[in-house]
Write a protein that binds this ligand. Sequence first.
Ligand code: NAP
Length: 263
Amino acid sequence: MDLEIDGNAALVTASSSGLGRASAKALARDGVNVVLNGRDEERLADARAEVEAVAEGEVVVQPGDLTEADDIEAMVERTVDEFGGLDHLVTSAGGPPSGSFLDTDDEDWQQAYELLVMSVVRLAREAHPHLAAGEETGTIVNITSRSVKEAIDDLVLSNSVRMGVIGLEKTLSKEFAPDIRANAVLPGPHETSRIQDLVEAAVERGEYDSYEEGLDEWAGNPLERIGDPMELGNTVAFLSSPKSGFINGTAITIDGGTTGANL
Ligand SMILES: NC(=O)c1ccc[n+]([C@@H]2O[C@H](COP(=O)([O-])OP(=O)(O)OC[C@H]3O[C@@H](n4cnc5c(N)ncnc54)[C@H](OP(=O)(O)O)[C@@H]3O)[C@@H](O)[C@H]2O)c1
């Protein structure tokens, strides 16, 4: 299917790894010029090489920390300077640390809020005039977690703080319409370094005897496998394209059927 996004411009945050990288790859494969972001320059260079290998358009890297307002401003500015505009914003971020409520202090809560919520607030504010200025509808896709549908054990920060992103996404889908559509994707387990870190932490806490046992448990879903990050990336590209033009203000779970909620 031709997504009809060839030649457009996208900023994909936290895209030097994992789900952000897969989303950038899917957009770039369909001809979108993309700006990649992350903090570690070596990891960004690797990501650029991987994305360029499939890209039909240009791939640019913009190092920056999503908890720094100035860095966010620079990411949006760089996209517009390089490509003459900004059509698609895809927000990902690092994940908050795992842990129970009683293990989590005020600083943990504040850091999680800055990383997960304030980054999206600032990105949406900076990107808004550019997303609204294009001839076609601009798009925002927020990558969050299935934890907004069903609280996950030992992930109190993810379960709680990410709800703010969903409230924001829904609000933007109304306030920014009809110039811009806003949607979210809610990943379940996909094989990225984030999942490796969480499983390793659970092994250290003594919840599993081995990494393999932990991964099997995390991948427990009706499809009996862990997700390929490109399966999420392909959905992000679709949500960014006019082929999904009437989808606005929704949150799509991509978890192989892990989540028990009916809706
Ligand atoms: N993978 C899954 O199965 C899964 C499931 C549910 C939810 N999620 C959520 O989806 C999001 C992405 O996860 P992932 O699996 O793609 O993780 P990942 O593979 O660990 O990648 C995280 C990315 O975020 C970047 N990053 C972290 N902190 C940053 C900061 N302050 N500023 C800029 N970039 C930053 C990292 O690069 P640098 O470290 O170099 O900055 C990296 O590119 C996370 O919020 C995660 O919790 C993932």
